[in-house]
Design a protein around this ligand. Structure first.
Ligand code: CAA
Ligand code: NAD
Length: 292
């Protein structure tokens, strides 16, 4: 089965990137957000990223316009009913995702493949709540989606071969390199990455070094493209907290436990770059390390 008509639920950090790469690859895309404000913000994110690609000479203006013309922005969930595949990229909450898939299960035909971009939930917990667990797969993209080449394609014990192959072919079509991961919380990357990000926050809590120096240590000492606290701000500290709580709930291992400082920052609305502040101030004068 070839995926031509793509639905995306959520046009935040990840959804907007998935919309962009799908449209650039020639797919017809419908993206759904919860309200007009969130939809406008999502549309602006997609446009800005395409404009940036044009400014950098990676895309010509005509290709940008064609890509934008392939995208329908909507607040209607039922507008996803005629899609070959719906990729979910909403908040990292099993209840929210199950509510979304529960509705889609009622309006999409049997052939529609459901995919989740979850970072840490098990795909099985979503698939089992629908009438199509064999046509349910994990498609885990990385942030920023237009740049990062990896997609983890996650199969549960009942994901059909056709579904898995269609999802893997779609990942390749949008320019990504798929790897196969088993359906364990955190798949491959987040099993390694999340404890590292949480440990960096624990170092900060213990006063080992400043925000800037912890990041400098890992960029200059290990050649990472960005330090762990900057990366936390990029991922979104709200998302990181959800992910830590889910992985801790699954494994009961201390390395997944959310450090208190992470909870405090999220409680104060300091989610990172998307809200303008996290470990750093990301307003146009930033990034400037903040007091924590
Ligand atoms: N959208 C589109 N393109 C972007 C972009 C964005 N948001 N951010 C950067 N780019 C592009 C730039 O246009 C540039 O392209 P060219 O080289 O062709 O000009 C390229 O990426 C490099 O950008 P910059 O030179 O501006 O900046 P940089 O060298 O610091 O690279 C980065 C930016 C690619 C984000 C790099 O810092 C990086 O790789 N960071 C680590 C990202 C990472 O680890 N992501 C995984 C997060 S974890 C996750 O996603 C899983 C989860 O479930 C939480
Ligand atoms: P985000 O907060 O930037 O965006 C989530 C968007 O979903 C918001 O715009 C919100 O309005 C919208 N939304 C909420 N409920 C919705 C619904 N029922 N229908 C449609 N839209 C809805 O979050 P994000 O960083 O894009 O993360 C989305 C998903 O991708 C999460 O499951 C997250 O774990 C996963 N993920 C995140 C990253 C990352 O680095 N941030 C990387 C890979 C995977």
């Amino acid at each position: 089965m070839e995926i031509e008509k793509v639905g995306v639920a959520g046009c935040g950090l990840m959804g907007s990137g998935i919309v962009e790469v799908s449209a650039k690859a020639g797919c017809d895309v419908v993206v759904r957000e919860i309200d007009e404000d969130a939809l406008a913000a999502g549309r602006a994110r997609v446009s800005k990223s395409l404009d940036r690609a044009v400014a950098k000479g990676k895309l010509d203006a005509a290709a940008r316009d064609e890509a934008l013309a392939r995208i329908t922005f909507t607040t209607s969930l039922d507008a996803l009913a005629d899609r070959d595949m719906v990729i979910e990229a909403i908040v990292e909450s099993l209840d929210a995702k199950n509510e979304l898939f529960g509705h889609l299960d009622g309006v999409c035909p049997d052939e529609t493949i459901f995919a989740s971009n979850t970072s840490s939930l098990t795909v099985t917990d979503m698939a089992a709540a629908t009438s199509r667990p064999d046509r349910f797969v994990g498609l885990h993209f990385f942030n920023p989606v237009p740049v990062m080449k990896l997609v983890e394609v996650v199969r549960t014990i009942v994901t059909s071969r056709e579904t898995f192959e269609a999802a893997s072919a779609f990942a390749r079509r949008v320019g990504k390199v798929p790897i196969t991961a088993r359906d364990n919380s955190g798949f491959v990357v987040n099993l390694l990455l999340v404890p590292y990000l949480l440990d960096a926050i624990r170092q900060l809590e213990r006063g080992v070094a400043s925000v800037e120096d912890i990041d400098r240590a890992m960029t200059l000492g290990c050649g990472y493209p960005m330090g762990p606290l900057t990366l936390g701000d990029f991922v979104g500290l709200d998302t990181l907290l959800h992910v830590a709580d889910i992985m801790y709930g699954e494994y009961r291992e201390e390395r997944y436990a959310a450090p208190p400082l992470l909870k405090r920052l999220v409680a104060m609305g300091r989610y990172g770059r998307k809200t303008g502040a996290g470990f750093y101030d990301w307003t146009p004068t930033g990034p400037v390390p903040l007091e924590v």
